[in-house]
Design a protein around this ligand. Structure first.
Ligand SMILES: [Fe+2]
Length: 374
């Protein structure tokens, strides 16, 4: 067999190419819209693409599944529960797809999303047992996928996690993400084993009630442009540019620069509304990063834009995205609102009846999610 994990550092996503070395038949799982990398691999290896599988409708990156399936006349697969506007082959729990001698067995593992699947890879000439499982966002390394993207269910996530953890110890786990906003506690490794996660995944030892409580109370901010990305992946919109695919340089400014900003500067707070309500720089306008692409018209193109978030990371990515779509006069506030508050500067408050910030600062640091949540 042939197996390759492809990591995308910009969104923390993993995609996979699996093929038979006997017949050159291949499948791609969770491809992103940057399809040239898969095209190059298929050409180089002379693989024939038979299946393109999305483990679920993605919310943090634009899927390249439809594009790849169309280009290669391959079968586009999702779980049968997927709610999308285009045609696909609906997979059922327990069903197997074959690539010559290889078997891809579908496990329905809802929780992150209702249509979430995991894929067991079985290579019978080597073993009748599965040697790997692609888990999408059901089991991550040190975490599980968050259930708050619409249609998710923490109780189902508990059942799905435990179903996966009943697989044999040796089964290698390849998740859909190695970092990023889809789980708060990923350790950063791109793969693990069932045995290791059973022992050391902090969620694996929890009973159902504390598991659910933990999952629904500790969710990071929604990903950049989730509204546009999810609508595009469902086939309800066509906004492929909503994914950050470039890394333009963005100037990071300090507190003094923020204080002395020009009178016509537009101060853009990209945090979640409840974070904004609990303290923001006076004059800041709240437009969450989740909605940036769909509310782009609200950002003036003829004024300097100062992007700010909690700690300076979300605002940097938001500013990169604004540059990607041609809004040039944008800078990011280093240290974010936290630095402003810590310096004793005046703070404005919004509707404090909103729920408290989703993840405590100390937990962000502990969970290793600073890269996307600050
Ligand atoms: Fe996801």
């Amino acid at each position: 067999m042939y197996f390759k994990q492809i990591l995308d550092e910009r969104c923390g996503c993993a995609s996979y190419v699996i093929a038979s070395r006997q017949t050159y038949e291949a499948a791609i799982v969770d491809p992103s819209i940057m399809t040239e990398q898969y095209e190059a691999l298929l050409r180089e290896r002379r693989f024939r693409l038979r299946y393109v599988i999305d483990t679920h409708v993605h919310a943090d990156h634009i899927s390249g599944a439809r594009q790849m399936a169309t280009a290669h006349n391959a079968t586009l697969c999702l779980h049968e529960a997927a709610q999308v506007s285009y045609a696909f082959r609906g997979l059922k729990d327990g069903e197997e797809l074959s690539l010559s001698q290889l078997r891809l067995r579908i496990l329905h593992t809802p929780g992150h999303r209702p249509e979430m699947i995991s894929i067991l890879i079985i290579n019978p000439p080597r073993s009748p047992e599965p040697s790997m499982v692609l888990t999408g966002d059901s089991l991550l390394v040190g975490d599980v996928g968050r259930p708050d993207f619409g249609g998710g269910d923490a109780g189902q996530q508990y059942e799905s996690l435990n179903r996966l953890l009943r697989l044999p110890d040796w089964v290698a786990v390849f998740p859909g993400h190695f970092e990023g906003p889809c789980g708060a506690g990923m350790c950063g490794r791109p793969s693990t084993t069932v045995g290791f996660e059973r022992l050391y995944n902090p969620l694996a030892r929890l009973d159902k009630t504390p598991f659910i409580a933990k999952l629904i109370s500790e969710v990071p901010a929604r990903p950049l442009n989730i509204t546009a990305i999810e609508a595009t992946n469902r086939g309800l919109a066509d906004l492929p540019w909503a994914m950050l695919t470039t890394a333009p340089s963005v100037e990071e400014v300090d507190l003094a620069a923020l204080e002395s900003r020009p009178d016509n500067a537009f101060l853009l707070d990209v945090r979640e509304p409840e974070e904004y309500a609990h303290g923001h720089v006076p004059g800041a306008i709240n437009l969450p990063q989740a909605d940036l692409a769909t509310r782009l018209a609200e950002i003036p193109r003829d004024r300097p834009v100062f992007a700010i978030c909690q700690g300076g990371v979300r605002s940097l990515r938001a500013a990169q995205f604004l540059k990607q779509v041609g809004i040039g006069h944008v800078v990011s506030m280093r240290g974010g609102t936290e630095a402003w508050i810590n310096a004793g500067k005046p703070v404005s408050y919004g509707d404090t009846t909103l729920e408290k910030p989703r993840v405590a600062e100390s937990e962000w640091a502990h969970a290793g999610v600073i890269g996307h949540n600050r």
